[in-house]
Design a protein around this ligand. Structure first.
Ligand SMILES: [Mg+2]
Length: 123
């Protein structure tokens, strides 16, 4: 039985696609459309893993990750960045984000990355 996954992206199409993928895999899926909503959701429930878009209005993925990890550093976050955002990637990893994946990505690649991060968390 899989736990709770929080998917954060300002694009509805991306949220829908990832929601369907992870629901089919047995996850209890929660959605947020920006960084502020993600921070609010995490204060209500503790997801086992978070998929976080970088570019979002109001509060971006890096800022949201920093706030979340300052409160609950054990939650693994995978950040979805745009091609060429190398500086953002290194700042995210320094902030404690576990992995970054470049958009556009193969959803099977993201699925494998989630498995990998969850396995590393357990061991
Ligand atoms: Mg975005």
């Amino acid at each position: 039985m899989k736990g709770h996954i929080l998917i954060v992206d300002d694009q509805k199409g991306v949220r829908r696609l990832l929601e369907e993928l992870f629901k089919n895999d047995g996850w209890k899926v929660h959605l947020a459309c920006d960084g502020k909503e993600a921070v609010a959701k995490v204060s209500e429930m503790t997801p086992e893993i978070i998929l976080m878009d970088m570019k979002m209005p109001d509060m971006n993925g890096l800022e949201a990750s920093q706030v979340i990890l300052s409160r609950q550093e054990q939650i693994p976050i995978i950040m979805m960045t745009a091609y060429g955002e190398m500086e953002v990637v290194s700042r995210a990893l320094n902030a404690g984000v576990k992995k970054c994946i470049t958009k556009p990505f193969d959803i099977m690649e993201l699925r494998e990355l989630v498995q990998e991060v969850i396995l590393n968390k357990v061991s």
